[in-house]
Design a protein around this ligand. Structure first.
Ligand SMILES: NC(=O)c1ccc[n+]([C@@H]2O[C@H](COP(=O)([O-])OP(=O)(O)OC[C@H]3O[C@@H](n4cnc5c(N)ncnc54)[C@H](O)[C@@H]3O)[C@@H](O)[C@H]2O)c1
Length: 206
């Protein structure tokens, strides 16, 4: 059984809930810098092993895997720290928001022998699982082209202060979902050509 620590208890709540009912994971500790959120999750799940300091997860020798659910701009740094402390990583989407950070993370993962798994949850939604099962059963037919879409009402997301920072990129946050679907069906992409723009609603709101 893998021993898990979770960093970031907003969406990290879903992994907390899943880990506590999983036969494959044992939840060891949860972490959020907001003590109120730690206390809220502790009460909600009757799970008292919490900390507000990420270093406590990194230094805990019993933890095998750290699941990262901090705002996007911190994923690369938090993943790097986990790998360097000998932990495997599950990181929510988007894994990174700047390709210049990619090579270093791949190198560290290879050097440490620790795995990084990107938590692309959309593959596990029922309609997508059904479509995939139909495809695998040959019901959809031969694969010729793929179109991936992501339409979502993100007004709730604007309540998060970090979604209004310039560092936040709507394109990475949203596009990671359809791109993952395309990679699921066409895993050996060799070349990509693209053009994109953000709608005015994706610009910083004052
Ligand atoms: N479908 C999905 O897979 C899905 C859905 C929602 C969110 N997400 C992803 O999850 C991530 C978090 O989103 P959210 O909605 O939970 O945001 P959020 O702001 O609600 O939660 C992030 C939490 O991280 C904590 N945090 C930040 N830095 C920290 C640090 N150094 N140490 C400890 N805690 C720290 C914050 O206090 C905050 O509570 C984002 O990358 C988002 O894209 C994925």
């Amino acid at each position: 059984m893998l021993k898990l620590g979770i960093l970031g208890l907003g969406e990290g709540r879903s992994t907390m809930s899943a880990a506590l009912s999983s036969p494959n994971y044992e939840l060891v500790k949860i972490c959020d810098q907001k003590i109120d959120l730690c206390l809220q999750r502790a009460k909600e799940f009757d799970f008292q092993q919490y900390t507000t300091n990420y270093q406590d997860l990194l230094d805990d020798p019993t933890i095998d895997v750290i699941a990262i659910y901090t705002p996007d701009k911190f994923h690369a740094e938090h993943t790097k720290q986990a790998l360097l402390h000998g932990k495997h990583v599950v990181c929510t989407k988007p894994f990174i928001d700047d390709l210049s950070k990619a090579k270093e993370l791949i190198d560290i993962s290879e050097q440490t022998g620790k795995k990084v798994f990107v938590g692309q949850s959309s593959r596990f939604f029922e309609p997508m699982k059904k479509q995939r099962a139909d495809f695998n059963a040959g019901l959809i037919g031969e694969l010729i082209t793929i179109e991936g879409y992501y339409h979502a009402d993100h007004r709730w997301f604007l309540d998060k202060g970090w979604s209004l920072e310039n560092a936040f990129k709507w394109l990475y946050g949203g596009l990671s979902h359809p791109v993952d679907f395309i990679r699921w069906y066409l895993p050996n992409i060799e070349e990509v050509m693209g053009m994109a723009c953000s709608a005015p609603t994706g610009e910083k709101v004052d």
